[in-house]
Ligand binder design. Sequence first.
Ligand SMILES: NC(=O)c1ccc[n+]([C@@H]2O[C@H](COP(=O)([O-])OP(=O)(O)OC[C@H]3O[C@@H](n4cnc5c(N)ncnc54)[C@H](O)[C@@H]3O)[C@@H](O)[C@H]2O)c1
Length: 253
Amino acid sequence: MSHENRVVLITGGGGGIGTAIAEKYVRDGAAVGIVDSSPQAGALLAERLNKLGYRAHFVVADVSVYEQCEDACRRIESALGPVDTLVNNAGISPKHQGLPSPIWRMDPAEWRKVVEVNLNSMFYFTRLLVPGMIERRFGRIVSMSSVAGKAHLDIVAAHYSTTKAGVIGLTRHLAGELGPHGITVNALAPGRIDTPLVAGAPKEANDAVIAVTPLRRLGLPGEVADACLFLTSGHSNFITGQVIDVAGGWLMT
Ligand SMILES: NC(=O)c1ccc[n+]([C@@H]2O[C@H](COP(=O)([O-])OP(=O)(O)OC[C@H]3O[C@@H](n4cnc5c(N)ncnc54)[C@H](O)[C@@H]3O)[C@@H](O)[C@H]2O)c1
């Protein structure tokens, strides 16, 4: 799909899906800027990719704080060059003893945090990187929604599904606003993906999803990454404002 000479910024790049995305981009010729609030995961990933001869730069930042996003963009662009591809992937889905909070017990501070991390960060990075994309008349943006943003799922809480629906709304708005500038904006809606987080969930919870997934298994982080690379490659130049499920047919939202 060749991303030769491209510069990709990935938020939450140290996590399960983010790591797979970073690995696929560097193998396809891109340089990757990894932004994550977890210093260890991101640093180890960047170090490993650099040792293999790829170009990767890690910046530790909390994507829910605008000033830290601004600093992360500046540091990544001075290390790797102008960012032409943005992957808004950072996300959280707080649970309590493995269960989502019902709305009547949800802590307003937790609600605000989820909105800040899952949705506001998409606005922040887009706001910061789009001026350069407009100037160069080229940009690619992919944001991580979820099937929970399109259908009711009792395994997540209201703040999570609301923000994932918000990602879809903002994707469609931005596709309309930025299309005339040569920028495409799309979203991915993963189903249940076999990341460390999901692997740690009770076996029954994963088995229940597998039973109603036509492909009868969990998805792999690399399979979400493949869809992401497709949406930023030359194979999807006329696709914008779309949400692609990567869910093995689960829900078919
Ligand atoms: N795993 C799944 O089954 C699944 C399904 C649907 C959607 N998603 C979405 O895919 C994305 C990646 O999920 P994942 O499974 O890789 O999760 P993950 O927890 O493995 O990775 C998320 C990464 O985001 C980082 N992060 C969290 N808060 C941050 C903050 N404030 N600032 C900077 N970084 C922060 C974490 O440190 C982590 O490295 C998320 O948006 C998630 O909602 C995942």
